[in-house]
Design a protein around this ligand. Sequence first.
Ligand code: MRU
Length: 370
Amino acid sequence: MHVKGKNYRAIRADKKNKSVRIINQLKIPFEFEIIEINSYSELVNAIKDMRLRGAPLIGVAGAYAVWLACVEAIDNKNPQKFLKDAFKNIITARPTAVNLKFATCYIYNKVLIEKNFSNWENVAYKFANEYYENEIDSFRKIGEYGLEIIKQIAKQKKGKVVNILTHCNAGWLACGDYGTATSPIYLAHQNGIKVHVWVDETRPRFQGAKLTAWEMYNEKVPFTVITDNTGGHIMQQGLVDIVIVGADRVAANGDVANKIGTYLKALAAFDNKLPFYVALPVSTIDFNLKQGVGEIVIEKRSTDEVVIIDGISNKEKIQQINLMPKNYNSENYAFDVTPNRLITGIITEKGVVKANFKEIIKLKSNMYGR
Ligand code: MRU
């Protein structure tokens, strides 16, 4: 997707330099910084401190982290142990996005089949790249399926603007290219359908205000940033036609874990009889998990994220301020789970399905050995 008219992806591997380049998401929208990462542990740190984030992108990063670990393992006295330890560190970098576990295991298992250490690096690189390209293809297809839904609404509205509400950042930054929730939006915009996006700011880290809004701005899609509490009101006022969000983990029954606050939007959409769609690649589905509500362990992050916010000063410098005295009690749940009954449909690369066990399980295939 575009940044000042130039095409980028959120992560790229450089085979020659044995490194991975990522866009530093902590600095957007104020600075556009590309960081070069040369070791698996540095990539793990980037996932932990969220320089790189978003469920599908974390999966791709996990795949490339295995590649970097293979590069490093060759010079280690005990390559098997080094790789095994690296695998454990990568897989535990963040707990909710199932893509991380899935992609990391996939590449690691491919490497383990190869008995000759000197080939590990090539095997990991080949499969990590293949995984990434398949994911990108999935995001494009999600866009095509989602476009049909937006087209129908545009038809019902006789060509008037389609108002779409989204939460957090399920855009190309969170995926590599296109995005999940944003892919149908970009495609609709490119196809001349009038769209306008309500962007939830998404406390505590503001992925909506900082990342989604920046993406929309760069792609010239009309958008408005709103505070997280606004959704219900604008739905009641008839200012929203459809809600599309992404997901971090989907259970086999269609319950969806996504950024904290998603559940409230689903409740408001349900009460206002508005379609509520979740867009995701099949790599986000945890087929082994029977239900999401009560079963998905929710990541709790540092309360600093609640207390301290950053922005740009009058002198154009990124700076941090405390919103409240540091000794106040606060809590930071990163995700919530939306029960399947509130979800109109799940948009995947294999088509749009209902959020129930029967439909979700049909999406299971032998792809990546699952
Ligand atoms: O904590 P984050 O920013 O990594 O959260 C993940 C997300 O970006 C969202 O929950 C998103 O909607 C799903 S990822 C496409």
